[in-house]
Design a binder for this molecule. Structure first.
Ligand code: HXC
Length: 288
């Protein structure tokens, strides 16, 4: 079910037809955060292609998002693994064939689980880095000619957990740090072509898988959020609209942190460090 509806347009700060004629290509677009980014862009006039691994989930989300605005076109392209650049190139081709163009790209597909270093295999580390970082690179690769033609914009979905050390997240922290570096380099290299590149770094967003793991009861850690509430998927969507809008036409190479000020005060790790770390990283059953 969609999170946003027409009231988003009626009550928001944005013009209803802000993205009329634009097309957004989104990996992970059926997931919790990226789906709402797409909903906002579609409600504001864009058409969209959402890319995912699970064909049924992707098709269902596409249909539901399309229903948000009369005349909207949203296609779901399933069975795409972002680790395979050819699969993404085919998805980009299909998007152009069906929707005519690509103006905006969101590299949102990601994988995560908690694992201490001793039980995180080299293959598990590689899987997450490949989905998050290589997948982001591949997404831009596959859409580059359209981005160049249309002087488009890229948005990578990053995080804040690599701003400090977060236990059990070596794989994700390394991947997201790489994404920030990738975005900065592309901003500089592709700027002269008229292409902008930015990152969005969500904090603790209620309703996501990561949030359920961090704060199972929904209260752990809330006292450390300066804006005194958890983030919402709409918060991420609002920032996304800004970064793709003409209001951000001189904004590139930035990392937009959307976390209520949370990372400035540290993270959850402090609550259980170092006892849990010692227990988890026991030398029993190590994995290579
Ligand atoms: C230790 C694990 C593990 C776990 C998987 N692995 N889960 N290791 N603890 N809980 C290991 C496996 O044992 C295997 O290593 C390796 O990871 C690859 O797993 P596969 O099952 O082969 O599948 P693959 O498709 O490569 O896996 C992708 C995945 C999976 C990332 C591992 O979790 C996935 O598909 N996730 C998608 C959904 C998801 O994670 N959504 C959350 C997004 S939230 P071995 O050695 O056994 O071969 C998010 C937010 C990040 O990303 C920011 C947080 C703030």
């Amino acid at each position: 079910m969609s999170t946003l509806d027409k009231t988003f347009v009626d009550n928001s700060s944005w013009k209803p037809d802000l993205f009329k004629g634009k097309v957004v290509f989104v990996t992970g677009g059926a997931g919790t955060i990226c789906r709402v980014q797409v909903e906002a862009l579609v409600l504001l006039g864009a058409n969209a292609a959402i890319i995912g691994r699970n064909p049924e989930k992707t098709a269902k989300a596409a249909k539901e998002i399309q229903d948000l605005r009369p005349g909207a076109k949203v296609i779901g392209i399933g069975q795409v693994d972002v680790r395979e650049v050819e699969q993404l190139a085919n998805a980009a081709k299909k998007t152009v064939a069906e929707l005519g163009r690509i103006d905006f790209v969101i590299a949102g597909a990601a994988g995560n689980f908690l694992s201490d270093f001793n039980h995180l295999s080299a293959n598990a580390f590689k899987s997450v880095v490949s989905i998050d970082l290589l997948g982001s690179f591949n997404t831009v690769k596959a859409t580059f000619s359209e981005l160049k033609k249309n002087k488009g914009a890229i948005l990578f979905v990053s995080a804040t957990l690599h701003y400090y050390g977060v236990p059990f997240q070596t794989h994700v922290g390394a991947a997201k740090a790489g994404i920030d570096a990738l975005s900065n380099a592309l901003a500089v290299e592709l700027g002269p072509l008229g292409i902008r590149s930015n990152c969005i770094a969500p904090g603790a967003i209620a309703g996501t898988e990561g949030f359920e793991r961090l704060s199972p009861s929904g209260t752990e850690g809330l006292g450390k959020v300066p804006l005194a509430r958890w983030g919402t998927t709409r918060d991420i969507a609002e920032s996304t609209v800004f970064l793709f809008s003409p209001a951000a036409s001189y904004v590139t190479g930035t990392i937009q942190v959307v976390d209520g000020g949370y990372w400035h005060l540290g993270n959850f790790a402090g609550e259980f460090y170092p006892k849990v770390i010692k227990n988890q990283n026991s030398i029993d059953n190590p994995k290579l």
